[in-house]
Design a protein around this ligand. Sequence first.
Ligand code: C2E
Ligand code: MG
Ligand code: MG
Ligand code: MG
Length: 282
Amino acid sequence: RAKALGKAQYHVFDPDMHQQAIRVLQLENDLRRAIQREEFIVYYQPIISLTNGRIAGFEALVRWRHPTRGMVSPAEFIPLAEETGLIADIDTWVLQSACHQLLIWQKTCPAKEILTISVNLSRRLFSHPNLLERIDKILHKTQLNPESLKFEITESAIMENSEEANKILAEIRRRQIQLSIDDFGTGYSSLSYLHTFPLNTLKIDQSFVKLMDKNTNNMGLVPMIICMAHTMKLSAIAEGVETPAQLAQLRSLGCDFGQGYLFSQPLDSKLVLELIAADPQW
Ligand code: C2E
Ligand code: MG
Ligand code: MG
Ligand code: MG
């Protein structure tokens, strides 16, 4: 490790670096135990139909309630979880929890069949030898209609080994589960491969949505991405919608769905139940 750092190897003896290394080790240890100790919790962020303004579904977003550090955001522990491979088990746990939770909500409101749940599928779990087995087990156990489940996968996870990826994606679609590309536009998608994948949705990365508002005449890449999605017969979701101006622009561009603080922050499951129970249309 020190060798890999080359000229910077003296940093290993830097007391700050040492502290940092210990912190990371500690965090990794904690992370290993977090699943058994039931320290993770899933939050749910509404995804809104821009054609009728109603909640179409939710994205499941994991949080870590660390016993001493308090709430740790995914930005802090997901990279470590990916590096150590622990992410595959975390994702499986999130999938199980989210499917179970959606079933409860669907049973609570009459128009139950329309709600979907989107779950992030890390590259590690996507290429895990037991992926399909795990999915089948959870679907069987929860008895959730697979059509109301949607996986979010990044471009890099499927572009890496596109032939193998295509087989796995086909197996997922064969089970009627839907597929979204997450953070679309930030990875290295090859257009010639992209249209061969059996996808349902492109999620426009929030960085593109953010840029739209700065200059009302310049909507950047967003119109092109929406157009691309529709050309491939996919729906488009805009991430990180924060302002009414962005919403108006997205609507005028024919974007199908929106997700962001303008509508709602990610919520705990109890608040979601209140939200859908209070909706007069349900
Ligand atoms: P993502 O999948 O692209 O999720 C969207 C992120 O944007 C979430 O951050 C969400 O809280 C945040 N967000 C939503 N609306 C807005 C907005 O209007 N403005 C801004 N600035 N942010 C908004 P979060 O929950 O911190 O998650 C960050 C990333 O961590 C996720 O990005 C995803 O890549 C990863 N992640 C979260 N949960 C899981 C999980 O269960 N498994 C895996 N593999 N990754 C996860
Ligand atoms: Mg996502
Ligand atoms: Mg995203
Ligand atoms: Mg993102």
